[in-house]
Design a protein around this ligand. Structure first.
Ligand code: SF4
Length: 383
């Protein structure tokens, strides 16, 4: 019988959540079925496609082929247990992105997989469940399977369907909540309402699938920041997700929001205003979620903790920043945005402080854009 040759290459999408950096990436759909959010550039100009279950399975088999080849290197060296070492060799000189991804995944233990792209939940439930089951059978080291989803889609799924996915092995869904304020969601063309967020989020929590909600700090700009903070806190409190992760708005050409800024319809909040917004958000959260702000776009990445018990500690970090003299706040903001500082404690490092001070001086001498625009330009390097 002729056996079909399994290729050693598979589809890879453009993004995954920061927490899935070491996950095997399997593309169950291509691009975003909504693709209209004003603050998002990732899939603009690209057409959404569902993939067939057969094609996805083929990619899982291709990942297994690469995995087996890397394991074979360890085996042939006489140390089959040294898979991480064999994976490091591949990482140093990967023949393709697919090899790189599998090697990184094996290096980290081979336990997590992330289903790309923007909304895997849009697949027919029984097909997605079949893909998840196949993945677990084919790559039994995988213990945790996660994916992105839209609230609107999660709100439309029946609870039984989400339970079916959880039973198949779907461990966690990452949802871009962005905001809980309806006017802002509408202005940003998010295609989701606060009610959708709550229904979708609660469905997921009830199904047993772990839920991570992403909030976009600064999304309200100067006009809607208060309502953005309080309504987002209200919606999150009603959902009570396992995780709340914040990241800060960055704007680049290609996003519809870029044009809104250019024509004066959207006025960006400064870093200091965004910190005030984050304070209001945290103050109003009434849930038992774990709050994380480790995204590189966030000014205060050290704000982290379990709610409600760590709320005081998180707010104290904000108050520590806000109590700094104005020149020190500018020093910290510029230092963070050029990558000198990672946290407020770095202000005590005299060398770092001096470098940040020189940078502030140079910015003021060299450009006519003003501090704010320079800081925005520095932030945009991260996207
Ligand atoms: S739903 Fe997500 S991926 Fe799609 S356009 Fe909006 S932010 Fe971008």
């Amino acid at each position: 019988m002729e056996t079909q040759k399994i290729p050693d290459s598979f589809e890879l999408g453009p993004i995954r959540p920061p927490s899935e950096a070491y996950s095997l990436l399997i593309r169950t759909t291509i691009n975003c079925p909504w693709n209209r959010c004003k603050f998002c550039h990732i899939y603009k100009g690209e057409k959404f496609q569902l993939r067939t279950v057969a094609d996805i399975k083929q990619d899982i088999l291709a990942a297994k082929t690469i995995q087996d080849k890397i394991k074979e290197v360890a085996w042939k060296s006489g140390h089959p247990e040294r898979v991480a070492e064999a994976a490091t060799m591949v990482l140093n000189n990967p023949p393709s992105q697919a090899y790189f991804n599998v090697a990184l995944w094996l290096y980290a233990g081979g336990e997590s997989a992330f289903l790309q792209d923007a909304n895997s939940l849009i697949m027919r439930t029984h097909e997605l469940a079949e893909v998840i089951r196949f993945m677990k059978q084919t790559l039994p080291s995988i213990k945790r399977i996660t994916s992105y989803a839209r609230s609107k889609t999660a709100a439309k799924k029946k609870l039984d369907e989400l339970i079916e996915l959880h039973k198949a092995g779907l461990s966690r869904l990452h949802i871009g909540l962005e905001s809980g304020y309806d006017r802002l969601l509408q202005y940003m063309d998010k295609g989701t309402t606060a009610a959708d967020h709550i229904k979708g989020g609660r469905n997921i929590v009830e199904s047993g699938i772990s839920l991570c909600e992403y909030v976009l700090l600064g999304l309200g700009g100067k006009q809607m920041w208060r309502e953005h903070a309080t309504e987002t806190a209200r919606v999150l409190s009603e959902i009570n997700p396992d995780f709340i992760r914040v990241r800060t708005l960055t704007i680049k050409k290609g996003m519809p929001l870029y044009d809104e800024v250019e024509n004066g319809n959207f006025i960006r909040a400064t870093d200091e205003e965004t910190v005030e917004e984050e304070k209001l958000l945290i103050e109003n959260l009434n849930c038992h979620s774990y709050f994380v702000s480790d995204h590189t776009t966030n000014l205060l990445q050290e704000i982290e903790g379990k709610l409600p018990e760590d709320k005081g500690k998180m707010l104290a970090t904000i108050s520590r920043f806000q109590s700094l003299p104005p020149e020190e706040r500018t020093n910290f903001i510029v230092g963070r945005r050029v990558g000198i500082y990672t946290c407020l404690d770095d202000l005590h490092d005299l060398h770092k402080h001096d470098v940040a001070e020189q940078t502030v001086k140079r910015i003021r001498q060299d450009n006519d854009q003003g501090d704010e625009k320079t800081v925005y330009a520095l932030m945009e390097r991260f996207i």
